[in-house]
Structure formats: C-alpha cells, structure tokens
Design a protein around this ligand. Structure first.
Ligand SMILES: Nc1ncnc2c1ncn2[C@@H]1O[C@H](COP(=O)(O)OP(=O)(O)OP(=O)(O)O)[C@@H](O)[C@H]1O
Length: 636
C-alpha cells in the first residue's frame, strides 16, 4: 500500500511576513482578542510530554497561544489549504516553531488525529520539515513544525525583496538536489512509499543558507471530508500547473506523479517563470506547455534560462538540467525517471567547479539507464561519488575534484600512449611500402591525432579542466561526438558485440530498464539489438571504457523485428578489418547497459533529435506514436 500524502493548498495565500515573535512573550498576550482557549486548555497544567516511540511532543493550546502571541496577526506566516500558520517561540526551550492551526471543518477525533500525527512524525529527513509536536485540545487541532527561516522557494523566485540578489545557478541546482533527496526519501526509503501529491515551489522552504526542506507532507488523512467540494476545487486550483496529466485524467497517482511535479519545480528554477502565470500571454501562461516545444530544440535551451541569471551558468549544466526536466515532464508516468536517478544527476549539477562546468555523471550511477542516456547527450562522465551530505554539497567540488582529475589525467595519458604505440606498430608493418613522403604524412597524422585527443580529452573530462575558459556545450559535444562516436543503425546481422536486452517491466511506480548481459542472448526475442563498440583505447578497465563512450538511446519495436546495431567508432580504429579483431577483444571487456523500452504504443519515447544532431548536439524529445513508427521504419 502506498501512503498518499497531500496537503491542503491554500484558498488564498496570505504571505504576510511580519515582525518575528520573540521568546519574551508573556501571558499577558493571552488576553488578545483572537485567543479563545477551549475550557480544557485553561484547566490543564501546561506541560510537554514526549511519546514513547518518537520525540513528538504534545502541547496544550495555551502553550501554543503563548508561543504565537495569541495567534496575533504579526505572527501569521500565511494561510494554506489546512489553515493558518503562525510563527512562534516555545517558551520552555526558546525554539522557533511554525504552528499550523488546522481548520475546524477538518476536525478529527482525538485518537484518529493522534494516530495520523504519530505516523507523520516518523518521517524524518534533513530535507523534510520536522514535525515537533501537536496539540489536540478540545476542538483545537494544531501541528507544531520546526521553523524554516528563509521563506519558500516561491518567495525567492518570484517575490524578491528589494535589494535581494537573485539566486544563482548553483544555488538553484542545490535546492533542486535537496528537494530531490527529500522526495527520494519518501519514495524510496520509506516503506510503504509515500506519495507527496503536492510538491510545488511554495512547499519547498529554505533556511538561511538556502537549504531546502519540503513541507506539508503527510497531512492527507487529516484533510476535511472529500465531499467538501469547495475544498476540492480550491485544492485543484492551487496545484494546477504542478499536477501530472494522470491527475487531471482522474487516474491513480503514483510516485511518478511526484516526479512530474518535481519537473515543474525544476523548470521554474531554470526559467524563473511561474508554473501558471496569468499575467503572461495565452501561450505562455502554462509553463510546461510553453516549454514543451523548446525541449525539442536544444539550440533554444539557453533562451529558457531565467534572465536574472544573466547567463551565469555553464551551457552544459543548463542543457543537462533541461534534459532532466524534460524527462520528468513526460506525459506517460512510466517514461519518467525515478527520483533517485534525478537526485543522482542533480548531485553533479549542483557541484560548483572551478570553471563552472558541472562534473559529468557516471553512467553506472543510475538505476534506470534512461537518465544516463539523456545526460550522455550533454557530456559523458567520469566516476564521481554522489552521496552528498549537506556539507559535502558545499565542499565537494574543491575536495574531491583534484584527486579525480589526477586519476583522469593518468588514464588519458595511458590511453594516448596506447594509441601511439598501436599507430607505431601499424607504421612499422607498412614501412616496406612507404616512401619518404609517407613518413612526413604519418608525422602529420600523429600531430593531428594528438590535437584530436586533446580535444576529446577536454570534452570527455571537462570537469577536470582547470582553465578558466568555458567551452560552450555545442563545441564540447560536437568535438566529443565527431571524435569518439559515430553511430550507424543497420538491419544487417553483424558479428559484433551483441546486446541482449533483459527487459524488466516494473510496476507503475518503477521504470523499465534492461541490462546488457554478455552471456545471454534472448532467443525468445523477435529481434536482436547489437551494439558495436570500439573504444578510444583498448583498456580492459570497464570504467574507463564507460567513460569513453557516449551512448545513444534507441528502441526496439516489439511488433517489427529487426536488429539495431549501434556502431561506435574510435579514433584509433579507422581500419575496418582491424576493427573486427579488436571487437572480439572488447566483447569481453565492454559491458554496457542500455535502455530497452518496453512501452506501449501510446507511450512517449526518447529519440534522437535531428536538429541537435546536425549541430553536433543531441537531445531528447518525446515522439508521438506516428513519428516513432516513421523513424523505426527508417532503420528497418
Ligand atoms: N515550517 C515552516 N517554517 C516557516 N514557514 C512556514 C512553515 N510552514 C509553513 N510556512 C509558511 O506558512 C505559510 C502558509 O503555509 P501553508 O503550507 O499552510 O500554505 P501554502 O504553502 O501557502 O499553501 P498549501 O496549503 O497549498 O501548501 C507559507 O508562507 C509558508 O511558507
């Protein structure tokens, strides 16, 4: 069973941020007009108790009234779908809290309320707003949360105070990464998984250091009766712009619905545009609708970026962020990535590097390979750890990049040496036929090859590039693609390395993926997918091979048997005959994982973007079924 979580979106959101309530509150404030304590509260002794299983505290109404200056207007943080939220200070500890006073029309019995609150309190993660305690006095129902001082992401993106600097790119990526970590906890670390259902910019709170915390989760069962049509319509209005298409269709929500909402938030971070903005022209009011055509045209990605960023970001970082966003916003839930993969990808995009270009992401980091394929379009990667703590996020780039860079450099030198010696052998073999001219030609070739390698190195390991000069993504990818990868799709049977796809159709909450298994061929499959790979250097090290390869997504048609061969040619193997020999060796050394998309006809798939390809840049975009068919028949 999956716990469905949501919050009550506000009817009208009052974002009044008035003077803070201080710890010096005295009971004289209890006389305030708004204070109508239930009899039970006034007769009870003020105390804090901790439940046995959790550190959850129970408060009586008077304590919270005191903490919030009797729920005075100046302490009002805002009003959401559940009720008003006040800033307060607990008198006993001096701790700042946010007190959410639940609307009475959602009143639950004491036991029922307590049970819900206890299960809510078990959800603990640094990227989730912590529930400190609750109050169930008489007909009062209040929740006490840790106070998050920096306001919401919505405030920072759209309601900037004068003199406040706009958030920079890395800060935005760090916020996205933190939010993804919170969501990953709910989806993957909690059993049963928790569906948030209400992820949006206003529910991502930021502390003073812009550390993000998700709020308003787990209140689903405390909501007013679902027959409350006023409540429901308001809720839909409020989440409009963030809700996944399946929600609008009335289908069941899954964790992938949250991934869609996350995609909308990511798009807001990239563009600085609201999910819904009625002040814009009709075609720009809905952010996702506005962005969809741009997703298909990588050349336009830089135009998407928030003008407030003043182009202070690496193009590769932007392109990768847009690629992730586009994946999250797939129409079909199963085509969307797992939040764990989004989180991994964002861990790299959120690292600040010296040159501003994000570290590339190791292909092996992802559970669902669609993410690695998407990102490989925008720069391949080297091995970099991705489990980042809050401190790591800040310190990561400076501490780890040096040793990684050294390793990369070493590997590259070895590759280069290997290529050189192979070339030398070739030359010695053909020495009898050569004349003086060929000598000078081979020297020239070597020079050329050297400069090509230099370029390839730059493109494949730009994270180690310590120079201040930023290379554009187009230039980088064009170099990488022209040097390292040539793809050809053919229907002919080749004696190449074969990729047998072991597809695993997962449940709706999970994505479909397959793993290359060199030992197995699927005889029951109506087609074989073969992938021919020649790496830059003949290195038995699998990781190095992965680093040198950029994979491209392709798909098999269940109803149209065919072989798809993907041929990746390397710099050092121009000679076809030699390639075959080399391939034999590499069959053992190379293990690639790739996507086998077992999607239904009406599902979206990733495809190569012609426009992008022409410019040496690739991207992902969704194809309609007809388009899909057309492309596949081209390759048949
Ligand atoms: N723990 C908290 N710390 C600081 N401010 C908070 C906290 N929780 C909520 N707020 C603020 O209180 C206000 C109301 O929050 P609430 O979550 O009730 O409504 P909302 O996010 O505006 O709408 P919705 O109910 O649709 O999520 C918002 O401005 C929010 O930023």
């Amino acid at each position: 069973m999956i716990i469905m979580m949501n919050c009550f979106p506000c009817f009208t959101s009052q974002k009044s941020r008035n003077s803070p309530c201080t710890t010096n509150e005295t009971n004289e404030n209890v006389e305030h007009d708004e204070f109508r304590p239930p009899v039970a509260a006034t007769t009870k002794r003020i105390e804090e108790r901790e439940t046995e299983q959790t550190s959850l505290k129970t408060f009586n109404f008077r304590e919270l009234a005191t903490a919030t200056k009797n729920f005075r207007q100046e302490c009002l943080l805002g009003e959401g779908g559940f009720g008003r939220v006040y800033k307060g200070t607990l008198q006993s500890t001096g701790q700042l809290v946010a007190v959410k006073q639940l609307d009475k029309h959602g009143l639950h019995g004491n036991k029922e309320f307590q049970a819900e609150v206890l299960s809510l309190a078990k959800l603990e993660h640094p990227n989730l707003v912590k529930l400190i305690g609750y109050c169930a006095d008489g007909d009062q129902r209040l929740l006490v949360f840790e106070y998050v001082s920096g306001g919401s992401l919505q405030d920072h993106l759209y309601e900037q105070k004068s003199g406040q600097k706009p958030m920079d790119w890395i800060t935005r990526m760090k916020i996205a990464f933190g939010a993804a970590q919170g969501l990953d906890y709910l989806h993957d670390k909690v059993n049963p998984p928790v569906i948030y259902r209400d992820l949006k910019a206003s529910n991502i709170l930021l502390d003073a250091e812009f550390y993000p915390k998700l709020c308003d989760f787990g209140l689903h069962n405390l909501e007013p009766g679902t027959c409350d049509s006023l409540f429901l319509s308001s809720r839909v209005m409020d989440t409009y712009g963030y809700s996944a298409p399946e929600y609008t269709r009335g289908d069941d929500l899954t964790v992938k619905s949250d991934v869609y909402s996350f995609g909308v938030v990511l798009l807001e971070l990239i563009t600085g545009r609201r999910a819904i903005d009625t002040t814009k022209s009709n075609d720009e009011q809905n952010l996702v609708a506005w962005a969809q055509p741009i997703f298909r045209d990588p050349k336009r990605y830089p135009d998407m970026a928030d003008p407030l960023l003043r182009k202070n970001f690496s193009e590769r970082g932007l392109n990768q962020a847009v690629a992730i966003t586009s994946m999250c916003l797939q129409e079909e839930p199963t085509a969307r990535p797992l939040i764990s993969d989004v989180m991994v990808a964002l861990s790299f995009l959120s690292m600040s590097t010296e040159d501003g270009i994000p570290a590339t992401v190791p292909i092996s980091s992802f559970r669902d390979k669609s993410m690695s394929i998407a990102l490989s379009r925008h720069g391949s990667c080297s091995v970099t750890p991705f489990c980042l703590s809050r401190k790591d996020v800040n310190n990561k780039s400076s501490s780890s990049s040096d040793s990684e860079d050294e390793e990369e450099e070493k590997a590259e030198k070895e590759e280069e040496e290997s290529i050189r010696s192979k070339k030398k052998e070739e030359q010695e073999e053909t020495a009898g036929d050569s004349d003086d001219g060929s000598d000078s030609n081979s020297e020239k070739d070597q020079e050329e090859e050297h400069s090509q390698l230099e370029k390839a190195r730059e493109s494949s390991s730009s994270s180690s590039d310590s120079g201040s000069e930023r290379r554009s993504i187009d230039e980088t990818n064009a170099t990488a693609q022209s040097l390292k990868i040539k793809y050809s799709y053919s229907s002919e049977e080749e004696d190449n390395e074969k990729l047998s796809s072991k597809s695993s159709c997962k449940s709706n909450e999970e994505s479909t993926f397959s793993r290359y298994d060199s030992d197995r061929d699927h005889d029951d499959s109506s087609r074989n997918t073969s992938m021919r790979i020649n790496s830059l250097a003949h290195d038995d090290n699998e990781e190095d091979e992965e680093e040198n390869l950029e994979t491209r997504s392709y798909r098999d048609h269940d109803d149209s048997p065919r072989n798809t061969s993907m041929r990746i040619n390397s710099l050092s193997h121009d000679d076809d005959d030699e390639e075959d020999e080399e391939d034999e060796e590499e069959n053992h050394a190379t293990r690639l994982e790739h996507i086998h998309s077992s999607k239904s006809e009406d599902q979206s798939v990733y495809s190569d973007d012609d426009a992008g390809e022409a410019s040496g840049e690739s991207s992902l975009h969704r194809m309609e079924p007809e388009e899909e068919e057309h492309i596949s028949s081209d390759h048949d």
